[in-house]
Design a protein. Structure first.
Length: 172
């Protein structure tokens, strides 16, 4: 069973933990991360989820996302999720998230990373990811509108693409 650290509204760990899937107590929050890998052409690496996933079966998603497990920092969670989902190794120890989005039950840290990753060298498929491909902003927005991509707010996708290469984004 996956355990999550519980944070207060100011993002301080409370010392409490919860099991994934349990209901949140009042004023309890958890940490989620997303990593968006971009190439030099400004395309984002997107993933298609496996058909047996609990949520969003077979749908396309941004590069990587997931919850931090108990004891992990945001950076450690991002590194682990990237390795688990697409078999790529990142070093984010000295990095801060490019963007944090607060949501009803937590904090969602986004890391925007420009890299010259050759996707043919990734060890896919994995337990979570069926396949990956590079896509530009218009393609992702079209996929959201046709229902093949997880229904993120279009403004968020536009912001992620607009922020790449600047404003806290990272080059590897």
């Amino acid at each position: 069973m996956e355990k999550w650290d519980i944070y207060d509204k100011d993002r301080n760990r409370t010392g409490k933990q919860m099991n994934r899937g349990n209901a949140f107590e009042k004023d309890a929050y958890h940490l989620v991360i997303h990593v968006c890998l971009f190439n030099e052409s400004g395309e984002m690496l997107i993933q298609q989820r496996q058909p047996d996933k609990e949520d969003w079966k077979n749908m396309w998603d941004i590069t990587v996302g997931g919850s931090a497990i108990a004891g992990e920092t945001s950076q450690q969670a991002a590194e682990r999720e990237v390795h688990e989902e697409i078999g790529y190794t990142l070093g984010l120890q000295d990095s801060r998230p490019s963007l944090t989005v607060n949501f009803e039950y937590g904090f969602d840290d986004y890391y925007l990373i420009e890299t010259d990753l050759d996707i043919s060298e990734l060890s896919l498929p994995t337990e979570e990811v069926k396949q990956v491909k590079w896509a530009d902003k218009d393609e992702v927005l079209h996929m959201i509108s046709d229902g093949s991509f997880i229904p993120y707010r279009e403004a968020l996708i536009e912001l992620l693409f607009d922020m790449r290469g600047s404003m806290g984004a990272h080059n590897l």
